[in-house]
Ligand binder design. Structure first.
Ligand SMILES: C[S@@+](CC[C@H](N)C(=O)[O-])C[C@H]1O[C@@H](n2cnc3c(N)ncnc32)[C@H](O)[C@@H]1O
Length: 220
């Protein structure tokens, strides 16, 4: 909501925050540089900084959608020393490159496990690495599958876990009052947002950072 001065934060504030923030690690900058020309969708840097802050104290993390491992690395850098991440992506070409950047950032190989499979299939097969319990789950893969990722994740969450999901405002299409974009992605994200924010097992909100970051604290 706008405050009573009618002000909402914009580009000037984001630049100011970025100016105050710690410099981006070279491996993160390298991923940003590699992702853009190859059209690999990664979280915005602002969202990466939020992921890193929310990873503090979260020892066991699961991620759906790795790509070049940009969000994975933000999470790993925010975790306590020795924290672990299980990240799922069927695209080995991408995740092999990701491993190189994680090493460059000084993350030991045994901290990050890649599950090279479609997430719903890996969950259904009870892939051992996905047994949990997890202290934080980050969803960033196929938009029409977000609700089913959540269904698979809930039994794997520790009490007090955080669930985060990217792209939940979908460049403004989700909240468009005219609902002009009727794609499967937009409709799925609208349903996902409505469902999580109405689910009494979570205390949740959406941060208008990047493409919209859902933050849900699991009370179960
Ligand atoms: C938006 S990108 C992930 C970006 C990454 N989280 C980041 O910010 O650096 C989505 C990824 O989901 C992967 N993907 C596609 N289908 C998938 C599935 N069924 N299960 C898990 N991941 C999938 C794609 O290969 C792609 O790399």
């Amino acid at each position: 909501m706008k405050d009573d001065r009618g002000w909402i934060p914009g580009a000037r504030e984001l630049d100011w925050i970025e100016g105050l923030a710690a410099p981006v690690e070279p491996a993160l900058a390298a991923i940003e540089a590699a992702a853009a020309p190859n059209h690999i969708p990664i979280v915005d840097r602002d969202s990466g900084r939020v992921l890193s802050a929310l990873a503090a104290g979260r020892r066991r993390i699961v991620e759906v959608g790795t790509a070049y491992g940009y969000s994975t690395l933000w999470l790993a850098l925010g975790q306590p020393a020795g924290g672990t991440i299980v990240t799922i992506d069927p695209d080995r070409e991408r995740t092999d490159l990701a491993r190189g950047w994680w090493r460059e950032a000084g993350i030991d190989d045994d901290r990050i496990t890649v599950v090279s499979a479609k997430a719903l299939e890996a969950f259904a097969a009870n892939e051992p690495a996905l047994a949990g319990p997890f202290d934080l789950a980050f969803i960033d893969a196929l938009k029409p599958e977000y609700e089913r990722y959540l269904d698979a994740l809930i039994p794997r969450l520790a009490p007090g876990a955080l669930v985060l999901a990217d792209n939940v405002l979908w460049s403004g299409r989700v909240a468009d009052p005219d609902n002009t974009d009727r794609t499967a992605e937009t409709e799925a994200l609208q349903a996902f947002d409505r469902r999580v924010l109405a689910d009494g097992r979570f205390r949740s909100t959406i941060l208008p950072v990047g493409d919209g970051l859902l933050v849900a604290g699991f009370r179960g």
